[in-house]
Design a protein around this ligand. Sequence first.
Ligand SMILES: [Zn+2]
Ligand SMILES: [Zn+2]
Length: 323
Amino acid sequence: MKALWLENNKIELRDVPQPRKSGEVLVKVRKAGICSTDLELVKGYYPYTGVLGHEFVGEVVSLTPSPSPERRGELKVGDRIVGEINAACNQCEQCLNGRPTHCENRTVLGIINRDGTFAEYTTLPLANLHHVPASVPDEMAVFTEPLAAALEIQEQINIKPNDRVLLIGAGRLGQLIAQTLALTGCDLRVVARHARQQELLKRRGIRIVSEEEVQPWRWDIVVEATGSASGFSLARQAVRPRGTLVLKSTYKGEMNVNFSSIVVDEVNIIGSRCGPFEPALRLMESKQVDPTVLIDDEFSLGDALKAFGRAAELGALKVLIQR
Ligand SMILES: [Zn+2]
Ligand SMILES: [Zn+2]
């Protein structure tokens, strides 16, 4: 089958064997999305060799062995599904204590030791798969993984209607975070650099604030979604004493942070990564969130290299690859 292969900071289309993993579900990929992590993997920020891609919607080709009735017995061949990207061992201390996304032996779709979704087929354990409601089209379902990541913030912290919340960054993930934070009814402002990012937020009635207008020590909760040192520094200045700083992006290399000031101000720092799929699917089904406004372009798998070029353009949001 055709697949987009990453090796030594280079991506190329390759003919690779169709994946086969005993005990896992074979999935035909319908659409897959390019995310910032994919672009960073190509630049070599994390070592990975294999098929790239982790945001996808697909359909079940074969279930082997057939699932036990209590384990998602409703899944059958041909069903449209999305999949959680962390495959856990179910045996380590993290797994046994209900933290499967932190499994010590995990593989991660298209990121750690597991071929991903820029391919005709992929495989995942049955436990990772979620049924897509019929009213959620493919171009929406393909956003389930990043939307779930946005919702992880609300799994981790309590956001009250009176909270002043500042989101820094309105790119691929930032837009989804903004849409989900807006649903809490909090007093939300977003720092968005590009005109198109600002336009998308305004259309949903989400208020924008410029970097210069961000008042220091005023914000109850600050979400940093740029993954840049300057974004972190703005977030650090903005959060009030005993406020909460949520870090939603990874940072290249080491960060130079003044930790004494964080101690003195008693700031809570929360790292935030993968989130819950079912609520993400529900929010799209009920049309409370619309990620499709982020789509810039769509390419066929044969044009995956062009798709990556497009996704790397300044200000680009979501580029999809279809089978
Ligand atoms: Zn991603
Ligand atoms: Zn484990």
